[in-house]
Design a protein around this ligand. Structure first.
Ligand SMILES: Cc1cc2nc3c(=O)[nH]c(=O)nc-3n(C[C@H](O)[C@H](O)[C@H](O)COP(=O)(O)OP(=O)(O)OC[C@H]3O[C@@H](n4cnc5c(N)ncnc54)[C@H](O)[C@@H]3O)c2cc1C
Length: 415
């Protein structure tokens, strides 16, 4: 089979690239090392439970995703807009004041920040919702921590809410991530719903893959070398096309093209437990507002979408803080011990299903983040890059990066 474009990697970036090329009538073939599509955004099935490879949520406001994904067929189930914060032996509700004004008034006096902090949230919300999404990436850049401090948030608000919340999103509890990402994610939370698809987060990639012909994706095919526009597979087979797109994670791209430089990656650990009784009801993300303990956040996923477990069962997902992987042997015991303080002895009855140790979870996004103009760097004639590390480390960043790579090829093929 001859093809115009070879794409290495069937994560969201590679699939978005192939999907855009297909719509333009350009043929492509994806080579994927793993046994299925999705990359980091995959869902495993275990005895009727849906286990996303790490706790992942989708924002319906993602600007790139809106154009390419069909939300109706994803059957999205929404989280409560806000969170529960565990602090001083209680769960305190932090609500989006625009969607749940009554809850916001009730929570205005809780110890998760001062009343002034709550007004500052409203002001930040107004600022990030002004103008185009791209404008947020043109502002003066600093770290998230400095940004929060310069907006006047109290240290209490930062430690009890933003550190577990944004620190969990960025897998960076020190909040060294770019302020551009903080603004971008805050806009996404403020302007869309936070959701999970009924069939798990892997449904995003499955939907894109279903738009391609089955022969357009070859799984179990690791690319080991790229020379010009010829690639070599681990099997020894070589393939040549007019153009090659590397849509792998950054470190693999560096192995294939040694002159490339990529950033270090953040890691995270996600533990899944099943239980017949949910420890909390309601579709909440629960944050650890204490500055100690191994747990960063917890979610009873079946309270958001019952499809995540067989009937009569509940699925609890626990995400730990960034440095917890150094003590793999004790993670489960440490998590259980902390959650016993939150939910009591019930935790002893939880059945451990699986732990995901995600070493290359998200590229570091500390400043300077690429400006929109620098995204998808060019690396040579007939060779392009795409992936979340070329944009923002989100589903949306990966999808947008794949689209841009495809559009560059489309304009090149026209000339
Ligand atoms: C635990 C966790 C939580 C996250 N939470 C969120 C969230 O809540 N919201 C959000 O928007 N984003 C989240 N993300 C980020 C999001 O998952 C990623 O940004 C996105 O999926 C990256 O897509 P990608 O296509 O760029 O890369 P990947 O998904 O990594 O795809 C790269 C593909 O290339 C393949 N590959 C690698 N090497 C080779 C080779 N030599 N030959 C052939 N194929 C190869 C890989 O197998 C993989 O399939 C999270 C990520 C993790 C890990």
């Amino acid at each position: 089979m001859t093809t115009d474009v070879l794409i290495v990697g069937a994560g969201l970036a590679g699939l978005s690239c192939a999907s855009t090329l297909t719509r333009a009538g350009i043929s492509s073939l994806i080579l994927e090392a793993d046994d299925d599509v999705g990359g980091r955004a995959r869902t495993d099935q275990l005895d009727g439970f849906l286990l996303d490879r790490g706790f992942q949520v989708f924002s319906t406001a993602y600007p790139e995703a809106k154009h390419i994904l069909n939300y109706d067929s994803l059957k999205l189930h929404n989280f409560y807009p806000g969170a529960l914060v565990r602090f001083e032996d209680r769960f305190h509700r932090a609500s989006d004041p625009f969607r749940y004004p009554l809850h916001a008034i009730q929570s205005s006096m809780n110890p998760i920040g001062t009343l002034v902090d709550k007004f500052k949230i409203v002001a930040w919300r107004r600022r990030v919702l002004t103008g185009l999404v791209g404008d947020l990436f043109q502002k003066t850049e600093t770290t998230t921590m400095t940004h929060l401090q310069s907006m006047g948030f109290s240290q209490v608000m930062i430690d009890r809410f933003f550190r577990p919340f944004l620190g969990g999103v960025f897998m960076d509890q020190s909040l060294r991530t770019s302020s551009h990402m903080a603004d971008f994610m805050f806009r996404m939370f403020a302007s869309g719903d936070i959701a999970i698809p009924e069939n798990g987060i892997g449904a995003l990639a499955q939907q894109l893959a279903q738009r391609l012909n089955a022969e357009q994706i070859r799984t179990g095919e690791k690319v080991v070398n790229i020379k010009g526009t010829t690639i070599t597979l681990a099997s020894g087979e070589t393939l040549t096309a007019r153009h090659v797109v590397i849509a792998t994670e950054g470190p693999t791209a560096t192995q294939l093209v040694p002159q490339l430089e990529t950033r270090p990656y953040h890691q995270t650990t996600c533990l899944y437990f099943s239980t017949s009784e949910p420890p909390r009801t309601g579709p909440y993300l629960i944050l650890n507002g204490e500055t100690n303990g191994i747990v960063n956040s917890l979610c009873v996923l079946t309270q958001v979408s019952p499809s995540y477990a067989p009937p009569g069962q509940h699925l609890v997902s626990v995400t730990t803080g960034e440095n917890s992987m150094s003590d793999k042997g004790n993670i489960q015991a440490a998590v259980r011990s902390q959650l016993m303080q939150w939910f009591g002895k019930l935790v002893n009855n939880w059945k451990h299903l699986r732990t995901y140790y995600l070493v290359q979870a998200q590229p570091d996004q500390s400043p300077p983040l690429r400006s929109t103009k620098q995204m998808n760097p060019k690396i040579g004639e007939g060779l392009s890059l795409c992936g979340d590390y070329c944009a923002t480390a989100t589903f949306d960043g990966a999808i947008g990066s794949g689209r841009r790579a495809a559009e560059e090829i489309m304009s090149k093929f026209k000339t």
